[in-house]
Write a new protein. Structure first.
Length: 76
């Protein structure tokens, strides 16, 4: 099974929150309500500078993903 890079998620216990789940390495979840990032797994092969640079790019991709998904949702 091929998994997508990002998933959107919500939870009835957190009705105001929307989550973006990144399924590629390093796996993490972004809470769009407050932009908090929670790592599911730590990036062990990257030093802190490399991780910060990679995360900046991944967060931009996650935001782009969210924007595209919302556009698709609004069209339906």
């Amino acid at each position: 099974m091929e998994l997508p890079k990002f998933l959107l998620g919500d939870n009835t216990d957190f009705p105001e929150d929307i989550f973006i789940i990144h399924l590629d390495y390093p796996r993490f979840i972004i809470n769009l309500k407050d932009d908090e990032v929670e790592f599911i797994e730590e990036a062990e092969d990257l030093d802190e500078g490399e991780l910060n640079t990679e995360m900046e790019g991944l967060i931009v991709l996650a935001n782009d993903f969210y924007d595209r998904e919302m556009e698709r949702y609004e069209k339906e």
